[in-house]
Design a protein around this ligand. Structure first.
Ligand code: ZN
Ligand code: MN
Length: 135
C-alpha cells in the first residue's frame, strides 16, 4: 500500500474520475460520484478544478448540453454524438476529424489550430426506441 500523503488528493480524484468515465460528465455528476469517497468535497471545488484542467488542456469542454457544461477527459481529437433529448454524449469510435479540415481551418485563421471538437447532434437510439414504444 502506498501510504505517502498526496498533495492534492481532491484535484487528483477529480481528474482521475474524468479520465476513467466515458459519460462526458457535468461538474454535478463528478461531485455526486466522488462525494461518498470524499465527504468534505464541495461542488465549488469541483467547478474550480474543472476550470483549471480546462485551462491546462487536461480536459476539454464539450460546451453545454441542455444548459449544463459537459467535460471530456479524453483530449485526443475525436467525434461525438450528442442526444439533445436525454443529453447522452457518445464517442463515435473510429471517426476522426479529417486532417484536411484541420489544414483548411489553419489556413483560414492564419494562426495555429491546436484542437478540434466535432459533434453531431440528434436523438439517440434509446430515445428513438422509447418514442416508438409510447407512440
Ligand atoms: Zn437520448
Ligand atoms: Mn469523448
Amino acid at each position: 500500500m502506498d501510504r505517502t500523503p498526496k498533495r492534492f488528493p481532491k484535484r487528483d480524484a477529480i481528474l482521475t474520475c474524468l479520465k476513467q468515465t466515458t459519460v462526458h460528465p457535468s461538474a454535478e455528476w463528478v461531485y455526486a460520484r466522488l462525494k461518498p469517497e470524499i465527504p468534505d468535497l464541495s461542488l465549488g471545488t469541483v467547478y474550480r478544478n474543472l476550470a483549471l484542467f480546462k485551462e491546462q488542456g487536461l480536459v476539454v469542454s464539450l460546451g453545454t448540453v441542455n444548459g449544463v457544461e459537459r467535460f471530456d477527459g479524453n483530449t485526443s481529437p475525436h467525434v461525438h454524438f450528442i442526444c439533445t433529448r436525454c443529453g447522452a454524449i457518445a464517442d463515435l469510435d473510429g471517426l476522426e476529424p479529417p486532417d484536411q479540415l484541420r489544414d483548411s481551418a489553419a489556413r483560414r485563421t492564419g494562426g495555429a489550430v491546436t484542437g478540434c471538437c466535432l459533434s453531431f447532434t440528434g436523438v439517440c437510439r434509446e430515445c428513438l426506441n422509447h418514442q416508438e414504444e409510447s407512440a
